[in-house]
Write a protein that binds this ligand. Sequence first.
Ligand code: ZN
Length: 132
Amino acid sequence: MTKRNFILNALSKKCPRCQEGDLFIAPFEFSKPLNMPESCPVCSQKFEPEPGFYYGSMFLSYIFSAFFFLGIMGVCIIVFKFSLNLSMFILLLIAAATYFFFLRMSRSIWINIMIGYDPDAKKKTQTKSFGY
Ligand SMILES: [Zn+2]
């Protein structure tokens, strides 16, 4: 398997080190939206290398959702000429529907930024906290 672009890998929610193991446990449960295995089932990369590792992903989530919601408001008001109240109502529905998507996506992007791809990841059995 060849190295994938880290953005594509983040979008597919795969382990950043081997790009094969899944970051989140399926099936999705509402009570545990961030249900991740402790380490990658394929290469044993730790998914929480240090306490508070995903603190920074909050900022990513904020940036992505802010621009996304701004775009929705723009389309509602400028393109469809909805009133401000109706646009806000539509935005709240969309925000609720995409909440878990942004939550998981920001974690996936964050760990893909912090940990690099390792072509020999599957051969190594020892646990590494960071890929560099
Ligand atoms: Zn892995």
